[in-house]
Design a protein around this ligand. Structure first.
Ligand SMILES: [Zn+2]
Length: 267
């Protein structure tokens, strides 16, 4: 039984100096592969380095919506350049983390919205140009993100830490996307996420930790790690009434289908 963590920020500050130890512990727990999204151009070198230095890791390149507001437009050219240079790199798997974040009022002013949407659309164009899947951040922006996916004809990837309705999830699946579940699904009060985890088609779901963020309930406020993935996924298996092994097989298959470049790298 092997699990793929489809979204883990191994380059984040809390893991600094102990990444190989973190990955080692995760592997002992049954996590065979970890996909590391970038968040801004400054993180490109780090995610690339980790994926090459540590077995069982791949990386994505993109500018996260929360980093867009402090990023100059020229960072999009930096991204385009990196993607072009790394397109034959086996460890390079997707464009991400990209999307829109309308959680706080200051992220929703007309100027902030415009900049976020501009960066998102330019990154969708890059994904299209290189035929790469995308890792999506859709906080309070589920419908708007989907509108742009349709407009730019992007049809493959993962909606990470999804918290939309059943109808919205089905629209993403129809667009070709997988819906990803993380530690938030372990909270009993997370009714909507738990309903999705239970009822979405088995071929439409993947799992992730988003570590060091979004810890499952048993971690309290302590930092999350990829080693928690099997237990998070067991919660999903429990909700669906299937065995963890069955869920592991499906979610791994689904992750590869969403991110085809993982196919040769997942064991
Ligand atoms: Zn993330």
């Amino acid at each position: 039984m092997v699990w793929i963590d489809t979204h883990c920020h191994l380059n984040a500050e809390p893991f600094s100096g102990k990444v190989s130890q973190i990955v080692d512990t995760a592997r002992k727990n049954g996590v065979s592969h970890i996909l590391i999204p970038a968040v801004d151009t400054a993180s490109f070198t780090d995610v690339h380095h980790i994926a090459h230095a540590i077995d069982g890791c791949s990386y994505a390149l993109g500018i996260h919506p929360l980093y867009v507001l402090q990023s100059p437009e020229s960072d999009l050219d930096v991204l385009a350049q990196w993607v072009d240079e790394k397109r034959s790199d086996d460890c390079f798997a997707a464009i991400g983390e990209i999307g829109l974040d309308f959680y706080l009022p200051e992220r929703c002013t007309p100027a902030a919205r415009e900049k976020q949407e501009y960066f998102f659309c330019r990154q969708l164009e890059i994904a299209r140009q290189y035929d790469l899947p995308v890792l999506l951040h859709t906080l309070r922006s589920v419908d708007t993100v989907l509108k742009f996916l349709r407009q730019y004809g992007v049809k493959r990837g993962i909606a990470h830490a999804f918290n939309g309705s059943m109808q919205q999830a089905q629209a993403y699946i129809h667009q070709g996307f997988k819906i990803s579940f993380c530690g938030t699904v372990t909270y009993e009060r997370a009714k909507q996420r738990r309903t999705l985890a239970k009822e979405l088609p088995i071929d439409a779901i993947v799992v992730e930790t988003d570590a060091p963020d979004l810890p499952p309930y048993w971690k309290g406020k302590r930092e999350n790690s990829p080693a928690e993935l099997p237990r998070i996924a067991e919660t999903v298996a429990g909700l669906r009434g299937v065995s963890p092994a069955y869920l592991a097989e499906w979610t791994s298959r689904n992750a590869v289908s969403a991110i085809p470049r993982l196919a040769d790298r997942v064991r």
